[in-house]
Design a protein around this ligand. Sequence first.
Ligand code: NAP
Ligand code: G4F
Length: 338
Amino acid sequence: MKRALITGITGQDGSYLAEFLLARTDYEVHGLVRRSSSLNRQRIDHLFALDRSVSDRLHLHYADLADASSLAMVMELVRPDEVYNLGAQSHVRVSFDQPLYTADVVGLGTLRLLEAVRHLNRSQPVRFYQASSSEMYGSAPPPQGLDTPFHPRSPYACAKLYAHWQTINYREAYGLFACSGILFNHESPRRGESFVTRKATLGATRIKEGLQKKLVMGNLDARRDWGFAGDYVRAMWLMLQHDKPDDYVVATGQTFSVRALLELAFSLVGLDYQDFVEFDTRYTRPSEVDVLLGDPSKAMNVLGWKPEVDFRGLITMMVEHDLELARRERFASTYRQT
Ligand code: NAP
Ligand code: G4F
């Protein structure tokens, strides 16, 4: 049995990665969870309801990327073969409101974890995956690949870049098997509700079901290379199975505007987005990343990775999921009124 430790297991990617590893029968999965006043495990609850041959291989531990001693304790207790560092304050807009917190968790948090991994690596081999981000490219002109110089445009992106270089330095300085995956935007029905794709699919479907009248958005001209999270966690795993630690870009190689996203999401429920979408500066950023378009050729050639879900398939999947949620909510409210 291999042991994997995932920070951020309660998040979108953490939940897909845990599911992916548990589906392979040779993994025990350990997840790091934060203490909060109410439980936040909706994305992984279903894994505990599975057959015991699966659920018995999933274990949660309290710790926090801001707390080095808790990371060291979990590392010592679990003694993982693979560590996936997915934990983060991952919202770019919010990072402008909480730059120090973001730098602490995203930047120093990775360093704290790397130190715990380095210590364990002295007595057993540990492989480390860092969740780096296409946000690090910021204003670099597209397409962005491994040779593109970084130009981060937010506190989040600066913190991710710090963590990216620390990961590379631990590989070069200590010979750690450390990989940095520079992942472009990836989405799913489990995407946090304030990210733009989910906001669009929830908005369109709730408007369709009469639960909401309008959708207030920011910059519709920004373009992103959007893929499916389920495809992207496979790339994380492939990086740690390779015989040599390295860095990779994971992307679809296609880019669409937020406007095109809205057009598609609304058209899938038979509506025209222009009748419902309004603009508010509340949702703009002090400095924006205009265009992201990744070059995933190395991941494809070296790891044999390729995305299986395209932009249309992704948004259709999310709209279908959110339409079902909206219908249930409408039914529950009608039922309450009668
Ligand atoms: P997400 O849904 O926002 O999940 C973030 C996870 O980090 C949650 O489990 C969260 O726990 C945890 N976390 C937050 N602060 C923490 C702390 N102080 N200590 C420990 N854990 C903490 O993010 P995601 O979309 O799954 O992304 C996964 C990782 O990939 C993140 O590092 C993100 O920055 C990076 N990334 C994402 C994308 C993308 O498009 N999704 C692209 C490139 C890189 P709670 O549930 O308790 O809040
Ligand atoms: O969905 P977003 O908030 O994602 P963003 O900023 O690209 O960051 C995501 O992807 C990164 C990878 O590149 C990750 F590292 C990061 O953790 C996160 O997962 O915004 C996408 C675009 C932006 O240009 C934003 O300005 O959509 C634009 N946008 C327009 N209206 C909006 C809105 N974004 C949000 N969140 N909400 C809006 O109302």
